[in-house]
Design a protein around this ligand. Structure first.
Ligand code: SF4
Length: 288
């Protein structure tokens, strides 16, 4: 900051706070490692959709010879299919088996755990409600692992779906949800149900990041959240930051306009779970 009161000219540089819990989470790191190893050991390797929600990472994977497809009909028997970090419905595994396609499963263990919990509750007679983004692959994967599930995105949808909600309900949530949203849905469900079992399946990396961004958004003048527009956890980080700090920005790459940030003295930078550290470092360097 430059203060000029005729006598004193002071300069204080911009301080960039790179969040501790930022960039690749362990589930993303694991998926990338699995894909890289598969590319070296197998031929004819495919992936349905993107491995994670980051274009740079996905392009890097494709450069190693892994081809991206939209549906299993696009590959021949005998090929190898990597299941992305967000997981897949059971149907994908069944179709792959029918076509004699080898599956290499890179689903995050925490997502697998949600599938397991939802299936167990369903076996105990609960109607499964998933709190999550309806069009997100992880939510579709959870839904496709139970026989009769229902997705609710937020409390505003409860009325619309009230006739579809069972009397005995088991709730799980997409791993990257925000607990406030989930609590509102769970609270609202109590009106329509006789028995309710809620398992908080928000993953630990998501909880740590959301807690950290909340602190940073209170203490820094501005917040930059870095990640793909398709990334659910990045969206959630941005929402948390924006609720607290009106100077919260969502950028998808290190291609930032420095002049937009020069009025701030303290800026927090946080990356979504599939944002490479290099991108975050580059933003940090550009700003400072
Ligand atoms: S955000 Fe959580 S559930 Fe998703 S890949 Fe990372 S650790 Fe796994």
């Amino acid at each position: 900051m430059v203060k000029n009161n005729d006598f004193i000219v002071e300069y204080s540089p911009m301080k960039i706070c790179l969040a501790k819990h930022s960039g690749f989470c362990f589930g993303v790191q694991r998926a990338i490692k699995i894909a890289q190893e598969t590319a070296t050991r197998h031929t004819q390797v495919y992936i349905k959709g993107g491995l994670v929600h980051n274009e740079l990472v996905c392009k890097g994977i494709e450069r190693q010879g892994i081809k991206r497809i939209d549906a299993l009909k696009d590959i021949a028997s005998g090929a190898t299919l990597i299941v992305k970090a967000h997981g897949e419905p059971l149907e994908t595994y069944c179709k792959a088996k029918e076509k004699q396609i080898t599956i290499i499963d890179a689903t995050c263990p925490m997502v697998k755990d949600i599938h397991k919990k939802a299936k167990e509750m369903e076996a105990r007679g609960y109607h499964i409600v998933i709190v999550g983004d309806r069009n997100h692959e992880e939510t579709k994967g959870i839904l496709g692992n139970v026989k009769n599930g229902l997705v609710i995105e937020n409390k505003n949808e409860l009325k619309e779906f009230k006739n579809a909600i069972g009397r005995k309900v088991g709730v799980v949530c997409q791993s990257t949800q925000n607990i406030e949203n989930v609590s509102e849905v769970v609270g609202g469900l109590t009106i329509y149900t006789e028995e309710l079992c809620f398992l908080n399946t928000i993953c630990r990396p998501t909880r740590l990041r959301q807690a950290e961004i909340e602190k940073l958004a209170k203490t820094c003048q501005a917040v930059i959240v870095v990640g793909s527009k398709q990334s659910a956890n990045t969206k959630r980080l941005y929402q948390v930051a924006k609720r607290i700090n009106r100077n919260a920005f969502w950028v998808v790459s290190d291609n930032i306009r420095k002049s937009a940030f020069c009025r701030f003295r303290t800026i927090a930078v946080i990356g979504g779970a599939s944002t490479p550290q290099d991108t975050l470092k580059s933003i940090q360097e550009k700003l400072s």
